[in-house]
Write a protein that binds this ligand. Structure first.
Ligand code: IMP
Ligand code: MG
Length: 179
């Protein structure tokens, strides 16, 4: 499967270093606060599992799964909840952890949805950001790497559900993208 990889964009070492930095910043910012980390399935799971282990303040975990309608490049504007939180976030400091912010549609929806539930605060932490693709204004509070407009896989991100387990961020060969 790794023979489908054209180029490793972000290495395991670069990821580990960045995740440590993010964990330190988050730990400092949330000291003394009631932190609830909300992971967005499935793309964020690998990032989230590394990230929470570099956060030193107490926290709780919950998960949501969402899907966005519309073709790959144009967003219809509709996001649907496939799996909701199991717990209330009222009065909690919520940190949404997402794999990537692309058009911004998903993150904007999640922010508005969770803000309506009475949390103390809602912030966002994304592993990757493709700022040139943004159609909806949203800016992650914490972000690992800004990348150009490439379709990337690995470290939780998929192409047709493949490649999530790759320990690095990669660009696929054109023929691999036909799968
Ligand atoms: P947005 O709503 O357009 O910001 O899209 C965010 C979602 O699109 C992410 O949660 C990913 O599931 C998916 N996505 C966007 N770009 C990529 C990519 O390069 N590789 C894999 N998934 C992507
Ligand atoms: Mg996703």
């Amino acid at each position: 499967m790794t023979s489908d990889v054209k180029e490793v964009l972000i290495s395991e070492q670069q990821i580990a270093q960045k995740v440590r930095e993010l964990g330190e910043r988050i730990s400092a910012d949330y000291a003394g606060k009631d932190l609830m980390v909300v992971g967005i399935l499935k793309g964020a799971i690998i990032f989230l599992s590394d990230l929470v282990r570099s956060i030193s303040v107490p926290l709780k975990l919950d998960f949501m799964a969402v899907s966005s309608y519309g073709s790959g490049t144009t967003s219809s504007g509709a996001v649907r909840i496939l799996k909701d939180l199991e717990t209330s976030i009222e009065g909690k400091h919520v940190l949404i952890v997402e794999d990537i912010v692309d058009t911004g549609l998903t993150l904007r929806y999640l922010l508005e949805n969770l803000r309506s539930r009475g949390p103390a605060s809602v912030k966002t932490c994304t592993f990757l950001d493709k700022p040139t693709r943004r159609t909806i204004e949203v800016h992650p509070d914490y972000n690992g790497f800004e990348i150009p407009d490439y379709f990337v896989v690995g470290y939780g991100l998929d192409f047709n559900e493949h490649y999530r387990h790759l320990p690095y961020i990669a660009v696929l060969k054109p023929d691999a993208s036909q799968k």
